[in-house]
Design a protein around this ligand. Structure first.
Ligand code: MN3
Length: 244
Protein backbone atom coordinates (compact mmCIF):
# COMPACT_ATOMS: atom_id res chain seq x y z
CA UNK A 1 0.00 0.00 0.00
CA UNK A 2 1.45 3.30 -1.07
CA UNK A 3 1.64 6.28 1.26
CA UNK A 4 -0.71 9.12 0.39
CA UNK A 5 -0.03 12.85 0.59
CA UNK A 6 -2.37 14.11 3.34
CA UNK A 7 -4.55 17.16 2.67
CA UNK A 8 -3.81 20.30 4.64
CA UNK A 9 -6.30 20.69 7.52
CA UNK A 10 -6.87 24.33 6.38
CA UNK A 11 -6.52 26.45 3.22
CA UNK A 12 -3.16 27.50 1.76
CA UNK A 13 -3.91 31.11 2.74
CA UNK A 14 -5.23 30.27 6.23
CA UNK A 15 -2.00 30.98 8.12
CA UNK A 16 -1.45 34.43 6.61
CA UNK A 17 0.13 36.81 7.45
CA UNK A 18 2.41 34.53 9.46
CA UNK A 19 3.03 32.03 6.68
CA UNK A 20 2.14 33.15 3.16
CA UNK A 21 -0.10 31.31 0.71
CA UNK A 22 2.51 30.78 -1.99
CA UNK A 23 5.00 29.21 0.44
CA UNK A 24 2.31 26.89 1.83
CA UNK A 25 1.18 25.88 -1.64
CA UNK A 26 4.66 25.08 -3.00
CA UNK A 27 5.67 23.44 0.26
CA UNK A 28 2.69 21.07 0.20
CA UNK A 29 2.15 20.41 -3.51
CA UNK A 30 5.84 20.24 -4.52
CA UNK A 31 8.04 19.43 -1.53
CA UNK A 32 5.76 17.21 0.56
CA UNK A 33 4.29 15.60 -2.57
CA UNK A 34 7.83 14.92 -3.79
CA UNK A 35 8.89 13.20 -0.56
CA UNK A 36 5.71 11.10 -0.68
CA UNK A 37 6.16 9.87 -4.26
CA UNK A 38 9.89 9.23 -3.78
CA UNK A 39 9.18 7.26 -0.59
CA UNK A 40 6.68 5.13 -2.49
CA UNK A 41 9.20 4.54 -5.28
CA UNK A 42 11.89 3.58 -2.74
CA UNK A 43 9.75 0.94 -1.00
CA UNK A 44 7.94 -0.45 -4.06
CA UNK A 45 7.97 -4.25 -4.11
CA UNK A 46 9.54 -4.52 -0.63
CA UNK A 47 8.10 -5.58 2.74
CA UNK A 48 8.13 -1.92 3.78
CA UNK A 49 4.99 -1.42 1.70
CA UNK A 50 3.07 -3.17 4.51
CA UNK A 51 4.77 -1.29 7.39
CA UNK A 52 3.60 1.87 9.12
CA UNK A 53 5.72 4.98 8.58
CA UNK A 54 6.56 4.98 12.30
CA UNK A 55 7.86 1.39 12.15
CA UNK A 56 9.93 2.21 9.06
CA UNK A 57 11.51 5.23 10.74
CA UNK A 58 12.25 3.40 14.00
CA UNK A 59 14.56 1.02 12.09
CA UNK A 60 15.67 3.49 9.44
CA UNK A 61 19.38 2.62 9.80
CA UNK A 62 18.56 -0.72 8.13
CA UNK A 63 17.13 1.00 5.04
CA UNK A 64 18.43 3.05 2.12
CA UNK A 65 19.18 6.79 2.20
CA UNK A 66 16.15 7.26 -0.07
CA UNK A 67 13.88 5.72 2.59
CA UNK A 68 15.52 7.78 5.34
CA UNK A 69 15.26 11.11 3.48
CA UNK A 70 11.85 10.66 1.88
CA UNK A 71 10.26 8.66 4.70
CA UNK A 72 11.42 11.38 7.08
CA UNK A 73 10.14 14.09 4.73
CA UNK A 74 6.76 12.37 4.42
CA UNK A 75 6.31 11.96 8.19
CA UNK A 76 7.77 15.33 9.24
CA UNK A 77 5.59 17.44 6.96
CA UNK A 78 2.46 15.45 7.87
CA UNK A 79 3.15 16.38 11.51
CA UNK A 80 4.20 19.96 10.68
CA UNK A 81 0.89 20.94 9.01
CA UNK A 82 -1.00 19.69 12.04
CA UNK A 83 1.31 21.54 14.43
CA UNK A 84 -0.25 24.77 13.12
CA UNK A 85 -3.75 26.21 12.87
CA UNK A 86 -5.35 29.54 11.91
CA UNK A 87 -6.88 29.38 15.43
CA UNK A 88 -3.47 28.66 16.98
CA UNK A 89 -1.08 30.69 19.10
CA UNK A 90 -1.18 31.35 22.84
CA UNK A 91 -0.08 28.79 25.40
CA UNK A 92 -1.24 25.33 26.47
CA UNK A 93 -3.72 25.51 29.35
CA UNK A 94 -1.82 25.53 32.65
CA UNK A 95 -4.05 22.83 34.14
CA UNK A 96 -3.99 20.63 31.02
CA UNK A 97 -1.77 17.54 30.97
CA UNK A 98 0.47 19.17 28.39
CA UNK A 99 0.59 22.44 30.33
CA UNK A 100 1.62 20.60 33.50
CA UNK A 101 4.28 18.60 31.62
CA UNK A 102 5.58 21.85 30.16
CA UNK A 103 5.94 23.45 33.59
CA UNK A 104 7.68 20.32 34.88
CA UNK A 105 10.17 20.31 31.99
CA UNK A 106 10.75 24.04 31.39
CA UNK A 107 9.29 25.80 34.49
CA UNK A 108 7.67 28.52 32.32
CA UNK A 109 6.22 28.85 28.84
CA UNK A 110 8.77 31.57 28.09
CA UNK A 111 11.62 29.20 28.92
CA UNK A 112 10.11 26.62 26.58
CA UNK A 113 9.81 29.23 23.83
CA UNK A 114 13.39 30.38 24.34
CA UNK A 115 14.80 26.85 24.21
CA UNK A 116 12.72 25.87 21.18
CA UNK A 117 13.75 29.05 19.38
CA UNK A 118 17.39 28.32 20.15
CA UNK A 119 17.08 24.77 18.79
CA UNK A 120 15.47 26.08 15.59
CA UNK A 121 17.92 28.98 15.18
CA UNK A 122 21.09 27.01 15.77
CA UNK A 123 20.25 24.02 13.56
CA UNK A 124 22.96 24.52 10.95
CA UNK A 125 21.78 24.26 7.35
CA UNK A 126 18.50 22.41 6.80
CA UNK A 127 16.56 20.51 9.42
CA UNK A 128 13.87 20.54 12.07
CA UNK A 129 13.24 21.65 15.65
CA UNK A 130 11.08 19.35 17.78
CA UNK A 131 9.06 19.22 20.95
CA UNK A 132 9.11 15.57 22.00
CA UNK A 133 7.90 13.30 24.75
CA UNK A 134 9.81 10.44 26.39
CA UNK A 135 8.23 7.07 27.27
CA UNK A 136 7.68 8.34 30.79
CA UNK A 137 5.84 11.45 29.63
CA UNK A 138 8.62 14.02 30.01
CA UNK A 139 8.92 16.76 27.41
CA UNK A 140 12.20 17.70 25.75
CA UNK A 141 13.39 19.84 22.86
CA UNK A 142 15.79 18.70 20.19
CA UNK A 143 16.70 19.35 16.57
CA UNK A 144 17.67 17.06 13.69
CA UNK A 145 19.46 17.61 10.37
CA UNK A 146 17.92 17.15 6.91
CA UNK A 147 14.69 15.10 7.10
CA UNK A 148 15.72 13.08 10.15
CA UNK A 149 13.49 13.08 13.24
CA UNK A 150 13.54 11.80 16.85
CA UNK A 151 11.64 8.59 15.99
CA UNK A 152 14.65 7.39 13.98
CA UNK A 153 17.13 4.96 15.50
CA UNK A 154 19.89 7.24 14.15
CA UNK A 155 18.71 10.30 16.14
CA UNK A 156 20.93 11.71 18.92
CA UNK A 157 17.92 12.13 21.24
CA UNK A 158 15.04 9.74 20.70
CA UNK A 159 11.39 10.28 21.59
CA UNK A 160 7.94 10.81 20.12
CA UNK A 161 7.68 14.18 18.34
CA UNK A 162 4.47 16.06 19.16
CA UNK A 163 5.33 19.37 17.41
CA UNK A 164 7.83 20.09 14.67
CA UNK A 165 9.10 23.20 12.92
CA UNK A 166 10.59 22.94 9.45
CA UNK A 167 13.66 25.22 9.23
CA UNK A 168 14.64 24.39 5.66
CA UNK A 169 14.87 27.60 3.63
CA UNK A 170 12.01 26.38 1.40
CA UNK A 171 9.74 26.77 4.45
CA UNK A 172 10.30 30.54 4.75
CA UNK A 173 12.53 32.06 2.08
CA UNK A 174 9.81 33.61 -0.13
CA UNK A 175 8.42 35.70 2.73
CA UNK A 176 11.27 35.98 5.22
CA UNK A 177 14.38 35.55 3.00
CA UNK A 178 17.35 34.95 5.33
CA UNK A 179 15.46 35.97 8.48
CA UNK A 180 14.87 32.57 10.02
CA UNK A 181 14.32 34.18 13.42
CA UNK A 182 11.27 36.12 12.19
CA UNK A 183 9.81 32.92 10.74
CA UNK A 184 10.34 31.10 14.05
CA UNK A 185 8.54 33.94 15.89
CA UNK A 186 5.67 33.67 13.40
CA UNK A 187 5.37 29.93 14.10
CA UNK A 188 4.43 30.70 17.72
CA UNK A 189 1.50 32.79 16.42
CA UNK A 190 -0.05 29.75 14.70
CA UNK A 191 1.16 26.85 16.84
CA UNK A 192 -1.80 24.52 17.55
CA UNK A 193 -1.66 23.60 21.25
CA UNK A 194 -4.97 21.77 21.03
CA UNK A 195 -3.61 19.29 18.50
CA UNK A 196 -0.24 19.06 20.27
CA UNK A 197 -2.09 18.32 23.52
CA UNK A 198 -3.90 15.45 21.79
CA UNK A 199 -0.59 14.11 20.53
CA UNK A 200 0.86 14.37 24.04
CA UNK A 201 -2.09 12.37 25.41
CA UNK A 202 -1.75 9.74 22.68
CA UNK A 203 2.01 9.42 23.23
CA UNK A 204 1.64 8.93 26.98
CA UNK A 205 -1.55 6.84 27.24
CA UNK A 206 -1.40 3.47 25.38
CA UNK A 207 0.99 1.55 27.67
CA UNK A 208 -1.10 2.35 30.76
CA UNK A 209 -4.38 1.47 29.04
CA UNK A 210 -3.11 -1.98 28.06
CA UNK A 211 -1.99 -2.75 31.60
CA UNK A 212 -5.37 -1.68 32.99
CA UNK A 213 -7.21 -3.95 30.54
CA UNK A 214 -5.09 -6.96 31.43
CA UNK A 215 -5.68 -6.36 35.13
CA UNK A 216 -9.38 -5.61 34.92
CA UNK A 217 -10.56 -8.64 32.98
CA UNK A 218 -8.48 -11.64 34.01
CA UNK A 219 -11.36 -14.15 34.09
CA UNK A 220 -13.77 -12.75 31.51
CA UNK A 221 -14.67 -15.13 28.68
CA UNK A 222 -16.11 -12.59 26.23
CA UNK A 223 -14.55 -12.42 22.78
CA UNK A 224 -13.28 -8.91 23.37
CA UNK A 225 -11.57 -9.92 26.58
CA UNK A 226 -9.94 -12.93 24.92
CA UNK A 227 -8.58 -10.65 22.23
CA UNK A 228 -7.35 -8.15 24.80
CA UNK A 229 -5.66 -10.94 26.73
CA UNK A 230 -3.92 -12.30 23.66
CA UNK A 231 -2.67 -8.80 22.88
CA UNK A 232 -1.54 -8.18 26.44
CA UNK A 233 0.23 -11.49 27.07
CA UNK A 234 3.60 -9.93 27.82
CA UNK A 235 2.46 -7.13 30.15
CA UNK A 236 0.27 -9.62 32.06
CA UNK A 237 3.25 -11.91 32.69
CA UNK A 238 5.44 -9.14 33.94
CA UNK A 239 2.71 -8.07 36.36
CA UNK A 240 2.51 -11.59 37.84
CA UNK A 241 6.25 -11.68 38.27
CA UNK A 242 6.25 -8.42 40.13
CA UNK A 243 3.57 -9.67 42.55
CA UNK A 244 5.71 -12.66 43.60
MN1 MN3 B 1 9.77 21.34 4.18
Amino acid sequence: MAFKLPDLPYGYDALQPHIDEKTMNIHHTKHHAGYTSKLNAAIEGTDLEKASIEDILKKVSKHSDAVRNNGGGFYNHSLFWKSMSPAGGGQPGKTSKLGKAMIKAFKTYDNFKEQFTKAATTRFGSGWAWLCVTRTGNLFITSTPNQDNPLMDVADKKGTPIAGLDVWEHAYYLNYQNKRGDYISAFFEVIDWKEIGKRYAAATKPAKAKTAKAKAKPTSVTKAATKAKAKATKPARSIKKKKK
